[in-house]
Design a protein around this ligand. Sequence first.
Ligand SMILES: Nc1ncnc2c1ncn2[C@@H]1O[C@H](COP(=O)(O)OP(=O)(O)O)[C@@H](O)[C@H]1O
Ligand SMILES: C[C@@](O)(CCOP(=O)(O)OP(=O)(O)O)CC(=O)O
Length: 463
Amino acid sequence: MSSSLALQPQAVSAPGKVFVAGGYLVLDRKYTALVFGLDARIHVEIEPIQTKSGVTLSEIIVRSPQFRDAAWEYGYRLTEGDGGIAVTQLRASHTSSLNKNPFIETALTYALTYISTLQSTPIPPSSISILADQAYYSNPGSPLSPSSRFLNFDVTLPDAHKTGLGSSAALVTAFTAAVLSYYLPKEAFDVDSEKGKSVLHNLSQASHCAAQGKVGSGFDIASAVYGSCLYRRFSPSLLSSLPAPGAASFAAQLRSLVEGDSWDVEIAKAKVKMPRGLRLVMCDVDCGSQTPGMVRTVLKWREQNPELADRIWGELQSGNEAFAAELTRLATEDSGEAGAEKFAKLKGIFEANRKLIREMSKESGVPIEPPQQTKLLDACSAVAGVVGGVVPGAGGYDAIVLLLEDKEEVIGELRKVVEGWKVDGHSEDGVTIGKVGILGVREDMVGVRREDVVIYREWITSS
Ligand SMILES: Nc1ncnc2c1ncn2[C@@H]1O[C@H](COP(=O)(O)OP(=O)(O)O)[C@@H](O)[C@H]1O
Ligand SMILES: C[C@@](O)(CCOP(=O)(O)OP(=O)(O)O)CC(=O)O
């Protein structure tokens, strides 16, 4: 039974990610990726809507109060032919233009449709707020009060400068979990249970792919739900037979996809650990260059050069497995050694893997670890206490991730290297990288998590 009286405010957060090993390879189920969740999270709070007395509209209002003009109002209704819940964005006034947020609209459509398959009572209206930790954006922000965890960025979302931590995946995951937790009784959805996490993972993968208009490997949703893990993707064909929202039998097919056992995704949390005394550091690199089509070009190169690509990918997969195994060994065995010798094997694995990534870059012509990043990574890796680093995810010019000893003096020395970083302007590809900054994030093993609604009060009442 769900009446608006019975519904209690709920809040859920999900972490961002850094993709440390297995970029490109993970698109093929033969290979795996090592992904770390981060302590930068996106939070979603949901509560009954404050309507004028006696007026009940089928309306859900979503706000992202840290940004200007970031409010989206949706009407919703049950469609015929089991097409699920149709969500329509409403205009604030006749003259205002529609400011679309496809990730919110699609996550809402999929979550409400799934809910409608579990209960026949009407879905009451609600009000939803989104709050993001500051590391997701490099814009300067200001706190509402001295103790405020979240900053007011005072720009519109399209003007925000993303740092690439996977905001849309963390958002879709936390949003879906909050909506399901709010409307469904605990027996039907419990985000703390394994079954609840599996439903959340499958539903979020489906809606994130639909909103993006493409099926990637899904590593970002997996780490938003489960946190740091070794990830083997699901078969992309799983999503291809799902009808579009509103089409006949969308609702029943979505439920059977989400609850079914056809998912061949593998998420191994036990295979990823952070040894005591080490941490990750991410650096954001300013550069005017985006390289579109990197994935397409790498996959085309692999198709045209199967032997060479299989050799490189095979060696990289072994290197990535060795990396995960060494991290886990160091985390679980006390080797007794201290200092640099303790991490010598890990350092060697980093260097060997980077050599293979550079070989893949050269052979495919895609700047995965371009020379500018090689120089930066080499300089950072030479700092005492830094074990090594790589270009995360698809690579390119805009970020690096480093593994280092978690000591003030190591970070201090690293800061000197990156903050004074200058490259000579004579690179072959003509791309000059600019300022390098250390992001205020580190690894976090925990995935999606329920939160206390109290922490958002100042943001929700002031919006
Ligand atoms: N704080 C937020 N509030 C509302 N929507 C957000 C927020 N952060 C990200 N989004 C949505 O996610 C989109 C960014 O997703 P995407 O381009 O995939 O970047 P990312 O690599 O960070 O996931 C934004 O255009 C917006 O629709
Ligand atoms: C190439 C990839 O394997 C990894 C891309 O990782 P990134 O972390 O670069 O991705 P975004 O967050 O979407 O920018 C593609 C994939 O796995 O889908």
